[in-house]
Design a binder for this molecule. Structure first.
Ligand SMILES: [Zn+2]
Length: 182
């Protein structure tokens, strides 16, 4: 019985060549990135951005790269080299104000990455992670500069990946007080 099984396996292996020996896969590919300033202009003149990067603002934005991804989603920062990743779909169809505030948020992560912070520290949940809190603080401050009400900012802070409880806790941490919460 044992011998028969071995024989069958061998015959099968001979009949079907291992596909991994027949295909060729180039694996050392380069991720396509673009200059941030070719797509996002005037950010070096924004006070909040200047506070994020200080006197390095222009230099950092000039060197910053952006990758456009076809996957749906929003945006983020690569924890490999600190470039910004933006969903092309979101950029095209998202709310302009949200996109602007998200960019402010991600620029904070760009600075954090340069400072050597671990962006996705799994010891913390999303709403407690110090890097996220700091990024949100800048975005909320800029939202206030835009004249957004606490209610509007509260809505902006709501995303699919946080539940109602975390949403409330995040708003509280950021001192965002929608009228029905007071
Ligand atoms: Zn973030």
């Amino acid at each position: 019985m044992k011998g028969a099984t071995t024989q069958r396996t061998t015959a099968k292996a001979m009949a079907i060549p291992n596909p991994l020996e027949r295909v060729k896969i180039r694996r050392d590919v380069k991720v396509q990135t673009h200059r941030f300033v070719d797509f996002f202009k005037g950010f070096d003149e924004v006070d909040t951005v200047r506070r994020i990067f200080g006197n390095q603002t222009k230099k950092i934005l000039d060197e910053l790269r952006v990758e456009f991804m076809s996957r749906r989603g929003y945006m983020g920062v690569s924890d490999q080299d600190g470039h910004i990743i933006v969903s092309a779909d979101y950029l095209k169809n998202g709310n302009l104000r949200d996109i602007y505030l998200d960019l402010i948020h991600e620029l904070v992560h760009v600075r954090q990455f340069k400072e050597g912070h671990q962006l996705f520290d799994q010891r913390y949940g999303y709403t407690e992670r110090p890097t996220e809190i700091e990024a949100h603080r800048y975005a909320v401050e800029e939202a206030r500069n835009l004249g957004m009400s606490d209610e509007e900012i509260f809505q902006y802070l709501k995303t699919e990946w946080i539940n109602d409880e975390d949403h409330l806790r995040l708003a509280e941490t950021l001192n965002v007080k929608p009228s029905n919460q007071e």
